[in-house]
Each structure stands twice: as structure tokens, then as C-alpha cells.
Design a protein around this ligand. Structure first.
Ligand SMILES: Nc1ncnc2c1ncn2[C@@H]1O[C@H](COP(=O)(O)OP(=O)(O)OP(=O)(O)O)[C@@H](O)[C@H]1O
Length: 257
């Protein structure tokens, strides 16, 4: 394989026959998934079907009972988890910003750890991300509690990108923001994905969001993938009654959760 073929064909994230149970309940069963570099994978499915469990296996927050998860060609089970997490952006619904740190300090947190000596470089990176996320520079010295939900979410995304991560995991990042802000943030995410060429795995309860943001959509139910394809394919050729009903519900304006 030449370099380009290798980049396209080697998955950045790979689940190989992964299973996970909590007590008697199987949450993931013989789960297989490969995500290639630069894909924007959206994941949708009913509450409790295993989406978050799957996502947290990518950054080692949850471990499989059997099977393995590979990130950039390395088995997560045999990786330094702290280094892995620094290297993968992670955005969750209620942001998880450090409340005692300003916006600037929150965004600069990982770059400061990685880049202690070069404060100017970190400052430039923070300012660049703030402008990318269309955050007013005047907010940099505020604390998270002094921001709106949408602003906090922008800071959360900027913080996740600040370490220069090429993989971004997003667990319903826009679930708690209002409709107008949500659409703006969807636009920002789409633009950032294009500009930075990052690989994103994005969980949502909103099928319309999954279809508009994803370059590829995975539909899950009860711990397995029931359909995996391009957004158009999912809508035009739903592979089961379950996916058909999702498409119908979306047309009728219904959202999971
Ligand atoms: N640490 C845990 N201990 C016990 N059960 C858990 C744990 N984490 C998740 N579960 C259970 O595993 C199942 C899958 O949870 P998970 O969070 O992966 O689902 P999800 O598809 O992300 O759901 P939602 O859309 O509601 O966030 C659920 O039944 C949940 O209660």
C-alpha cells in the first residue's frame, strides 16, 4: 500500500468482536466497527442501547469484557490511558469544564501540560480556537458559571480541540442547547471537521442531526449495529423495520429520548 492507500484503508478506530455486560445485562455483543481517518461518524439508537459504553471504550474509560478496541493501530488495553485521553478530544452533554478555571485556563489546560515552556504558542492556540468557535474574546477571563449553555459547549469543543487531537469523541454534545444555538454549533462542527480533517464519533438522539452531520451513520439497537451507511443510503434504503420506523419518526418530527 502507498501512503495514501494506507491512510484511507487503515482504520483509526477499530472494535474487534467486543462484548460488554453489566451484571446479567449484555450492553454490547460481538460488536465490530472500523472508523477511517477523516470520517464524521454519527451514532444513533434508543436510550440504553450501548452508545456511550462504546464511545468510552475508545478513550479507555470503559474496558471490554472480551474482544479488543484499537486506536491508531494500537490496542487500547495496552496503551497508557492518560496519554491516550490527552490525545483524544472528548465532549459530553454537560461539558464538564473545570469550574474554578477561567475559559482561557480551561482551553489551555492540556496544551499547558504538553507545552509548558512555550506559553506564547499556547496563548496563540487558545486565541485561534476561540475565534474558530466564534466565541467573543471578552469571555476568556470569565468562569464557566458566567457563560450560557451554548457558550459553555463552544468552550468544551475548543478545549477538546486545543491539544491538537485528531480524534474527537462527542457524546450528545448539543443535547442541552436551544435549537438556534444547536444549528449554529452543528455548522461550526461541520466546518471544523472539514478544515482540520479530524475523525469524529458523534452520539446523538436526533436522527436529523445524525443524517446532516455524519459522513457515515451507524444505527444501534440493543448493543449491536443494525445499519451502517451513508446518510442518503439510510434514508433511502432502510435495512429493517426498526430503521424504517426511525426514518418515519424523523419525518414526523420525533426525537429519541
Ligand atoms: N457503570 C455501569 N454500571 C452498570 N450499568 C451500566 C453502567 N454504565 C452503563 N450501564 C447500563 O448499560 C446500558 C447501556 O448504557 P449506555 O450509557 O451505553 O447507553 P446509551 O445508548 O448511551 O444510552 P443513552 O442514550 O440513554 O445515553 C444501560 O442499560 C445502562 O444502564
Amino acid at each position: 500500500m502507498n501512503k495514501t492507500e494506507e491512510r484511507v484503508k487503515t482504520p483509526v478506530i477499530c472494535f474487534d468482536n467486543v462484548s460488554k455486560s453489566y451484571g446479567d445485562k449484555q450492553v454490547l455483543g460481538q460488536f465490530h466497527l472500523s472508523v477511517r481517518k477523516g470520517e464524521f461518524l454519527t451514532v444513533i439508537g434508543p436510550s440504553g442501547c450501548g452508545k456511550t459504553t462504546m464511545l468510552k471504550m475508545i478513550n479507555g474509560l470503559t474496558e471490554p469484557d472480551s474482544g479488543s478496541v484499537w486506536v491508531r493501530g494500537v490496542d487500547v488495553a495496552h496503551t497508557d490511558k492518560i496519554a491516550l485521553r490527552r490525545d483524544i478530544g472528548y465532549v459530553i452533554q454537560y461539558v464538564g469544564l473545570f469550574p474554578h478555571m477561567t475559559v482561557r485556563q480551561n482551553i489551555a489546560y492540556v496544551p499547558t501540560l504538553l507545552n509548558k515552556k512555550n506559553k506564547q504558542r499556547t496563548a496563540r492556540a487558545v486565541e485561534h480556537l476561540v475565534s474558530c468557535m466564534e466565541l467573543d474574546a471578552g469571555l476568556l477571563e470569565r468562569y464557566p458559571s458566567e457563560l450560557s449553555g451554548g457558550q459553555q459547549q463552544r468552550v468544551g469543543i475548543a478545549r477538546a480541540l486545543a491539544a491538537g487531537a485528531d480524534i474527537l469523541l462527542l457524546d450528545e454534545p448539543l443535547g442541552a442547547v436551544d435549537g438556534v444555538t444547536r444549528r449554529k454549533l452543528q455548522e461550526e462542527l461541520r466546518r471544523l471537521h472539514k478544515e482540520l480533517g479530524i475523525t469524529a464519533v458523534f452520539i446523538t438522539h436526533d436522527f436529523h442531526e445524525a443524517l446532516t452531520l455524519g459522513t457515515r451513520v451507524v444505527v444501534m439497537n440493543e448493543g449491536t449495529i443494525v445499519q451502517d451507511g451513508a446518510p442518503k443510503e439510510i434514508v433511502e434504503k432502510p435495512g429493517s423495520a426498526f430503521v424504517s420506523s426511525l426514518v418515519e419518526q424523523m419525518k414526523a418530527g420525533y426525537k429519541f429520548g
